[in-house]
Design a protein around this ligand. Sequence first.
Ligand SMILES: [Zn+2]
Length: 199
Amino acid sequence: MTRYPESLQKIILLLRKLPGVGKKTAERYAFQMISWKKEDQELFASLVAGLKKNLTICSECGAIYEGNHCFFCNTTHRDPLLLCIVSSPKDIFSLENTRLYNGLYHVMPGLISPIDGIGPEELHLEHLKNRIQKHAIREVILALDSTIEGDATSLYLKKEIESLGVFVSRLGLGMPMGSSLEYVDEGTLSRAFSSRSPL
Ligand SMILES: [Zn+2]
């Protein structure tokens, strides 16, 4: 069997680390990259190389930002009385695109999953509760995945947050069962956000 040149083979192996990319797709992508203009190849390489240096995970909310300050924690142009809880930093951008929400965010460090050994103690609830109390949050919106893990986490969070005397709502109808927020289209997400209801 003839093997690919080593540098090409290494790129294929790296591309296969991406979600949903199998061997065939990775090979197709890698061969496509060979035909890219030199500037694009260099830009791609330098952007990937700079990801860890240029992007910061906010220690307060868990969002990803570039520069000195977290855009989503800036209460001068965001409503500090609302807090939306999501499963991943990527979900924040999906919700921002609906233009229906202008409050604060909180990215969960994980979702409850007994199979993966993730229990409530992995959710760093103290940090979340401190934020809710510090900002005197009026409403917490649960926008976690509509999966078994997301539902279990939502139920747990609802109980914990309501014990602080804070109103808890959840994205409404239209969220497909078993889906992660990442695969929900913008229209569906907008409707789910507008029709949010008490859990
Ligand atoms: Zn932040």
